[in-house]
Design a protein around this ligand. Sequence first.
Ligand code: ADP
Length: 189
Amino acid sequence: MRLILLGPPGAGKGTQAKILIDAFGIPQLSTGDILRSAIAAKTPMGLAAKEIMDRGDLVSDEIVNGIVSERLDQDDCRAGFVLDGFPRTIPQAEALDTMLKTKGMALDAVLELTADPDVLVGRIAKRAKESGAVRADDNEDVLRNRLAVYREQTAPLVSYYRGKGMLKSVDGTQPVDVVSAAIRSVLGR
Ligand code: ADP
């Protein structure tokens, strides 16, 4: 099962990715998590990404395309994967198409989690409070920027994948178990 999870920040991609990896025994490929590990390890890539991420802007396509291409070559991705947070721009989606073709892999579906921006601001404010703001990008100003970046750069992917007949949309504002049941249902699994 090869899947992309698409949706605005706070729509529940990470939560649903974890449920899917348990259900299908496939890894979650989160570019956000990989970048945060690079920051924690103070690698050159992490140092370059930190300020950009703290502002809620996007790291360059070149960096994230490289991360994903390398990750897809690891053994555990042979059984499939859930891409969470990638692609986030049309050029990333085009790079992914090429990568998958080269690697002889085909996507099964692109799952869009939909959510109203007001719900998202509330959810992330709650996450920041509960976690003691561990993530520098979980504050309201940065979140508003991340939502704007989503609208401008990532939302066009919805039409991109709809045009390829791959898009399946699920209302991400429902309770977690209702969302995961809806995902299983649209996947027919
Ligand atoms: P969330 O799941 O809350 O939407 P992520 O953890 O996926 O957030 O991403 C956090 C930050 O990491 C983004 O705001 C961005 O700066 C960077 N990032 C993650 N994935 C990508 C990507 N595919 N392209 C560019 N930047 C990315």
